[in-house]
Write a protein that binds this ligand. Structure first.
Ligand code: TXA
Ligand code: MG
Length: 342
């Protein structure tokens, strides 16, 4: 199949909406990462998403909507916290896991009783959903387990020839996936960190737990979110993390000097690595988040033995970057911390 590359404008969005209504697949920009969309009510279209990504059937998809009405049509029971969360963060980079209506096909939710819903802020995404008149099921538009795409070129590297079209809306502003908040249990739990931070959520909800990303993965029941498995969002090259200090990063690169080492290097750090990706100002977590996946993808193409990156703390978007790096590296730290994981 030939993948149409469409520059996002009113006409191309209308055309892409027709593809969605006809059961086809369209990759589209959101403010977080590019999504791979299909009609959420069409089980055959959703099955094609899993096939194109080579995503295992046990990993459920997020359903994207362009209005509160569309969202409520998917939800069996609107949780008590919903109004305040909607007012504070929607549209935006927050996904809610809620009890699902039977009209949502089981293939979307991988057989679960819940569905993940998100109202993206990106205008191209909103127009595509509104023009389709349908909720759009969309995982990140990458092959399963690979680094999420934050630009149209990244999508084409993974999915060219496997999907009907891509709407190119330029690079994604935030650059890491949405915060996933599970509201289906007794108390809210953050399953994946993102631009809506634990602190933001605590202002609305009071105490909120953050699930441990280091929990070993089991595809059966008992694990809140399949995407929490370690070694997700990963480059192919081995990734090693250091503390967020210039001299520790320099020490790690020196220790591995016999190998071809590349690094995500914060601006202004004097690091002698032959292959370096200028990541951005350390502490400017929003910029570092927006450049994280482009940096990992670029370093992954440089035929290195090892990628080294400093690990941010939990502050602001640092928490989301930290979580992604820990998953991508399977918790490998330098200097090694005896038995430490995730
Ligand atoms: O920012 C984002 O969320 C992007 C854009 C395209 O919206 N989407 C995205 O989708 O990252 P995906 O499929 O790559 O990640 C969705 C995560 C996965 O970890 C999945 O397991 C989890 O959400 N998830 C989806 N439905 C769930 C459910 N019913 N219960 C628990 N976790 C769920
Ligand atoms: Mg993904």
């Amino acid at each position: 199949m030939q993948t149409l590359r469409l520059c996002a404008n009113d006409d191309s969005i209308r055309y892409a909406a027709r593809i969605i209504r006809a059961g086809g697949l369209v990759a589209f920009p959101t403010e977080t990462v590019y999504g791979l969309g299909g009609n959420a009510f069409d089980a055959a279209a959703v099955a094609k998403i899993f096939a194109a990504k080579e995503r295992p059937a046990w990993d459920p998809l997020i359903v994207h909507v362009s209005s509160r009405e569309m969202l409520e049509a998917l939800v069996a029971q609107v949780p008590a916290e919903f109004d305040n969360l909607f007012a504070a963060f929607m549209p935006g980079p927050l996904t809610l896991v809620v009890p699902k209506k039977n009209t949502v096909p089981n293939v979307v939710s991988a057989g679960r009783e819940t569905v993940a819903v998100r109202f993206p802020a990106n205008p191209v995404a909103q127009c595509l959903i509104a023009e389709s008149g349908l909720p759009i099921a969309a995982p990140s538009a990458n092959r399963f387990g690979r680094v999420s795409p934050t630009a149209a070129e990244h999508v084409l590297v993974d999915l060219d020839g496997r999907i009907d079209a891509i709407l190119d809306g330029g690079p994604c502003k935030i650059g890491v996936e949405s915060t996933v908040l599970d509201l289906s249990g007794a108390a809210p739990v953050i399953l994946r960190q993102g631009a809506v931070t634990p602190r933001d959520l605590r202002k609305i909800l009071g105490e909120v737990a953050v699930a441990d990303p280091g929990v070993p993965f089991r595809p059966q029941r008992g694990l809140p979110s399949p995407g929490m498995m370690p070694r997700h969002y990963a480059p192919r090259t081995k990734l090693l993390l250091t503390d967020g200090e210039e001299r520790v990063l320099a020490g790690a690169i020196q220790a591995w000097a016999k190998q071809k080492v590349g690094a995500l290097v914060p601006s202004g750090w004097s690091i002698c690595a032959a292959t370096r990706f200028d990541w951005g100002q350390w502490g400017d977590w929003a910029v570092l988040a927006s450049r994280l996946y482009a940096g990992l993808r670029w370093l992954d193409e440089q035929k290195l033995d090892l990628i080294v990156a400093p690990l941010p703390g939990e502050e602001g978007l640092g928490g989301a970057i930290r979580e992604r790096l820990l998953k991508a590296s399977d918790g490998a730290m330098w200097p090694p911390l005896g038995g430490r994981r995730g």
